[in-house]
Design a protein around this ligand. Sequence first.
Ligand code: FE2
Length: 135
Amino acid sequence: MEAIKWTNDLSVGLAHIDNQHKIFLEKANNLFEAGKNRKSKEVIAEMLDFLEAYANEHFRDEEAYMAQINYPGLEQQRSAHQGFVEELNKLKEEYEQSGGNVALIIDSYVMIMNWLTKHISNMDKKIGDFAKNRK
Ligand SMILES: [Fe+2]
């Protein structure tokens, strides 16, 4: 399985959001690399915690920016973000309950990356479009 890399067609046209998306993709890739390399439960759990914290931080920043520019799709974005955080939490719980089954992490990779690339393409790009046309 190949890692999904950030490319220009994932750009939303706003550098601060793009940069966070790049970091998020990188962190997700690191996590799944660690899974493939059968890293310890402690290492994986720490990476999962970091990924969750980073997702929350990014969503908070993105939502603050949307509020700042009076973006009309803020509520829709908020519930999409919430949904993702819940998925991530479920994964963390399952991982804990399984006693550290890395196969679970690897299997979730496609799901998480699909969500992310679809969310960026279908929703976040509209924030960039709105910001551009606002002036
Ligand atoms: Fe978003």
